[in-house]
Ligand binder design. Sequence first.
Ligand SMILES: Cc1ncc(COP(=O)(O)O)c(C=O)c1O
Length: 395
Amino acid sequence: MDTIDIENRLGLTFCDRLELAFTHGNGSRVWDEAGKEYLDFTSGWGVTCLGHNHPAITRAITEQAGRIIQSPNAGFTYSPSRAALLAALANVLPANIARTFFCNSGAEANDAALKLARKITGRTKIISTLGGFHGRTFNTLAVTRSMENAGRYVPKQESTVFVPFGDRDAMTRAIDANTAAVIIEPIQGEGGVQVAPEGYLEHIQSLCHEHGVMFIVDEIQTGFCRTGKFFALEHASAIEPDFLTMGKGIAGGFPFAAFAVSAAVSQKLEKDDHGGTYCGNPLGCAISHAVVTCLQELNVAERVAEKGQLLQAKLLALKAVFPNSISEIRGKGLIWAIACRDPDLTRPLTLACAEAGLLVVPTRGGVIRLLPDLLVSEADVERAIEILTGVFADI
Ligand SMILES: Cc1ncc(COP(=O)(O)O)c(C=O)c1O
């Protein structure tokens, strides 16, 4: 079967594809159809947090699939796997979080949070940040990247305001008595790994309290130990979001997501405010439970923090060798950006890395993102840097 030819003729795509077709993976490695081995520093868009083919995930899938995959009247009925996951999550969620609803994608989680924030406050205005990414549904698109981006599909919403990420004064000026919510990532992922400056989240939280605004923290890319804490908001102090949205790493590769709310918010939610066909189906819950358990038992957050320091040191050394190509290194834990001086370098660099056996995430604005799995070994970090060094030397 010619995978690439069939997909090119029959598949619908919205991007310039890389001519790569992967058949299987193990740990931090994947193999393509020709049998070539690659080091995966993408984690499939930051999803496969335990690496590929992790036995705990395979076991959870097999065991749960042998019992039940989807419950009758899913949201109306109870589920032992959902209960087990809720109990496990209670150990890791911020202390103010009282209740969690499971869904299928990050966009769906954010969409629901935006909808419910508007309902609770009776206001319409949402404040987002330039470069922020929250999904591709109508609601989430309206608060993604910039007004120009959103305006391509969504009628220009008077009710949406974008402010520069990290700019406290701009946020102070934008927030008012018409504001329903502020939605923010602690580290902008798709925006090129922009780390919130110290005190920024705390500042937004206090503005939200002052104006009765819902504080939505989007941890879809940063949650589940990616940054060296279970949630990235733990790098700031005393952050108590009204809504916390989760996805990607939550189920290590299975499409799954969630939004969680504070006790005060949950008291304002009513019957029929939200729902879905799956509502945390037993298979997704069992997989997510296996992931959360592994992340805790293996102390993954601490390991990521250590590994992150190693990766940071190596990347800064790389920048020192290629100062004419690399303008900045940004990140935390195991989410890093190599910002290139030439914005057109993203694709050739991505292709050259793949050729040399390393998969990286091409990102807008001349950025290469590194998102290895959270169990990546030191040797594989060294190997990735070796490949990057060769690629930058050639380019
Ligand atoms: C921070 C953030 N929020 C939301 C989303 C959307 O998630 P999904 O693609 O699962 O809908 C993404 C995806 O990249 C993301 O990084």
